[in-house]
Design a protein around this ligand. Sequence first.
Ligand SMILES: [Zn+2]
Length: 146
Amino acid sequence: VTYDASGAAEFRSAVDRGAAIWNESVDGVELRPAASGRRADIRVLADNGWPRALPGPLGSGTVYIGRQAVNQGYDTVRISSHELGHILGLPDRKPGPCSSLMSGSSAGVSCTNPYPNAAEKAEVEENFSASVRASVPAVRSAAVGG
Ligand SMILES: [Zn+2]
């Protein structure tokens, strides 16, 4: 899937890092920057609110890297990979420990872990393998003439 972080302002490199972390962590999906002029599956924007994701169909949607959390001290790479996790089909798991990416802000501002845990990786792999299966047309066996 492609992403466009051109609207992510000062968080652009954190978003690139978050995408790279997902690429290191799972095999079933790869996040690549969209070619210029091409519509991206994922749009990433900076704003002054709380970070959030508006997921579309699996692997698409809009992510907001909100300065409200950054100003409180939350880590920008953890925010980026957490919000991208929503786009990859993961729900919030709050409250939760720092070892969980989807525990989000509930792990506290001191938590800078940007990596999904084993269960979160497995869930993304399953989401994308299910979506590939669903998009493969059923193969009809040829009728054998009698
Ligand atoms: Zn979340």
